[in-house]
Structure formats: C-alpha cells, structure tokens
Design a binder for this molecule. Structure first.
Ligand SMILES: *Cc1c(COP(=O)(O)O)cnc(C)c1O
Length: 394
C-alpha cells in the first residue's frame, strides 16, 4: 500500500542486495542505471551460458512470441518436442520432462525415483545424497541438500535423504539398506565450492548402484550444458546415469529446466507429474536455440580451451600471491584463497571505478568463476587485471 520514491522497497526482503539496478546487458558486460559497466563473471549464477542478450536467444524469443506462447501443457507443441529430441540425441537419455527451475526438475527426479521404488523395489524411497550438496530450495530439495543449517531452518524436513561424503565410496555403501532406491549427486558440487566428484568415484558409484539395483541420479543443473567443457559433466567419467536434471544453462537466462531418464526408468503414469508451464513453447524455443549453439561444431572445444586458459591464469595468480591453487572443470572454476577474504574481494570488485567486476565467493575462502561460455581470452585477461588491482588494495 505504501507509495515510495524507491520502488525496490516494495520487494520482500530475502537477502542483502547492493544498491544497484541493472538495466542492460551484452555478452560479458552488464550496465547499471547510472551507466556504469561491469564485467560479469557470475552470469546469473552460471545461467547465461551465451552471455547477456545473445542474438540466437533474442531471435528465438521474438519468433516464438509471434507464433505461439502457450497452448496449455495438456497439448504437444513444436519447440517442446524438438528440444526433447535434441537432448536425447546428445545424451544417453531417452525421455525428457520440462520444468521451470532446477529445484522443480530435482523434485521430479525424486518423485520418479520414489515411483520406480514403489513399482520395482518394494516401496524403497530413500535417496542417498551428499554433505555440502545443493539441490534447490523447495522443501524436498532442501532436505536432499547437505547445506549446513538447512536441516533445521524449515523443520521438519522431508524424510528419506541420508547423507554420505563426496569421493568416499565407503560412506555411501554404509548407508545402503532395504529402503534405499537411489543415489543423487552433483558431478561437480557448485554451491559447495566447486568440488568435483573424481572420475574414479563416479565409476565406483555407478558400479555400486548397479550391484544393489539402485538408480544413479546426476543433478547437472550447474555442471551441465557445456559448463564443464563437455555437454554434460557425467561424460567426464564415461558413466551412464539413470536420471539427470538440468536447469540454469539450458535456458541461457530464461526459466527452463529438465528431467531426463532412461526409457526403463520413465515410469510416471497419467497424472503423476505435471505443471502449468511444463514444456512452455516460449521457453523451450529458447532452450532449443541454446543447445543448438552449444552443440555446434567447435563450440565445446572452445569452452575447454578457454577453461584451460582461465585455469592457467588462476594458477599464475595463486603462485604469485601465495594462494592455494584452483580447481574445477571447463568454465566452472574456483580460486582457493587460503583465507576468508572472498566476500571482501567480491564487494571491492563490484564497487571498483570506473568499471566494476562481478565475482562470487561460494565460500569465504574461495572465489568462484562462472563466466559466459563464449567469454573471450581478452575478457579473462581483463578480469585478471582487475582482480590484481583489488588484491593490491586489500
Ligand atoms: C542452482 C541449482 C539448483 C536449483 O536451481 P533453481 O533453478 O534455483 O531452482 C539445483 N541444483 C544445483 C546443482 C544448482 O546449482
């Protein structure tokens, strides 16, 4: 009811946001309402895989908006079918359900696993997940997440998510019992601080789940869609999961997510799963343009080359400043600072003049880099130069 000078005051408080309003974006750059430019190495939290306002996305949005925006989720539409076919063509999966957010795709994965357990495993429903994992902000996905404090914030939790330790196969094996139906993990823990599951661990996990007749679910909301230098991060270990979820990069910045499974795991019956916007043609048309761009010849080679370039530059800086190295895959990387100066760097980088730099500290002792997948080496150089200036000023 209040009328204020500053319309941002009408927004519900959920977190501390800086006093900036962004008004334009192009590629790796954002511009605020005062005209200040920012080099963006956050990109909507590893979302804008093609950078801001990529022409292929604008074209898809404009064309589809003039053609058809929403026929209802009870009917097929062309972009939804075309994107599903494109995803199955480029992955080991056979069936796709579209959702609007990563959390919703993961909810779908949890439901699918529970349904499969009901059908084939005597009602088994427990899904083993991992400490420090992040699967979303719905009640079930918060319960699946291993984020410290999330077990009590909206208690009681949704039951059925015992926690193992990443890269420790014995910790998983110990939790397997009669009620276990699946193991779910991020191939690279993103919010946890860019911690890759080792290829050996992924292969051990696949063998262990096979041996016990359990499903293996990969949450590739952050690691998927080219981010790790391959179209999907499970490819890095050569395994075939049963279920995968996608979000973030699949829409390149528009709300789109997906749940994919092998044919024999796709056991939903009529009415088991749905959602008003599932397969919305406006969003899936954009997703189609994004995945087409990512799978064009040479694109992922370029991501790997630029990831390697960023890795080299971060290692140089680490050696020069006495930091503790770096880790990650492709263009999802972290610089390990060895001390809790991450948040301070993030703030100084943003407030830098005349141009700002947008960085993220997933944990206080590291910086996470998730630039557009088409970032240039020159932009990486510019980011490194700005970062050095900030480090000098600490
Ligand atoms: C961001 C993220 C999610 C949640 O996605 P939303 O679109 O925010 O619901 C789930 N899993 C992982 C690995 C993520 O990085």
């Amino acid at each position: 009811m209040q009328s204020t000078q500053n319309p941002t005051q009408s927004l519900m408080y959920i977190t501390n946001r800086p006093d900036i309003v962004f008004t334009r974006g192009e590629g790796s750059w954002l511009v605020d309402s005062e005209g200040k430019r920012y080099l963006d190495f956050i990109q909507g939290w590893a979302v804008n895989c093609l950078g801001h306002c990529h022409p292929a996305m604008i074209e898809a949005l404009e064309t589809q908006a003039r053609r058809l925006i929403n026929p209802s989720p009870a009917f097929y539409n062309e972009p939804m079918a075309n994107l599903a076919a494109l995803l199955t063509e480029h992955s080991v999966f056979d069936k796709v359900f579209f959702a609007n957010s990563g959390a919703e795709a993961n909810e779908g994965a949890i439901k699918l696993a529970r349904k499969w357990g009901k059908k084939f495993k005597n009602g088994a429903y427990e899904i083993i997940t991992f400490d420090h994992s992040f699967h979303g902000r719905t009640l079930a996905t918060m319960s699946a997440s291993g984020k410290p404090g999330w077990d009590t914030i909206y208690a009681p939790q949704v039951p059925g998510f015992p926690k193992a330790e990443l890269n420790d196969i014995a910790s998983v094996e110990k939790l397997i019992g009669e009620k276990t139906v699946a193991v779910m993990l991020e191939p690279i823990q993103g919010e946890g601080g860019v911690i890759p599951a080792t290829p050996e661990f992924m292969r051990e996990l696949r063998a262990l789940t096979k041996r016990h007749g359990l499903l293996l679910i990969v949450d590739e909301v952050q690691s998927g869609c080219g981010r790790a230098g391959t179209l999907f991060a499970y490819e890095l270990s050569g395994i075939e999961p049963d279920i995968m979820t996608l979000g973030k990069g699949i829409g390149g910045g528009v709300p789109l997510a997906a749940l994919l499974s092998k044919a024999d795991v796709a056991v939903f019956e009529a009415g088991d799963q749905g959602g008003t916007y599932n397969g919305n043609p406006l969003m899936t048309a954009v997703g189609y343009a994004v995945i087409k761009t990512l799978t064009a010849p040479g694109f992922l080679d370029g991501v790997r080359a630029r990831g390697e370039y960023l890795r080299t530059k971060l290692l140089e800086l680490s050696a020069e400043r006495g930091f503790e190295g770096e880790r990650g895959e492709g263009l999802l990387r972290a610089l390990l600072l060895g001390k809790d100066i991450g948040p301070q760097i993030v703030e100084k980088a943003r407030d830098m003049q005349p141009m700002g730099l947008l960085l993220n500290a997933a944990r206080p002792n590291l910086l996470r880099f998730m630039p557009a997948l088409n970032v240039t080496n020159e932009e990486i150089d510019q980011m490194m130069a700005m970062l050095r200036t900030i480090l000098d000023s600490l």
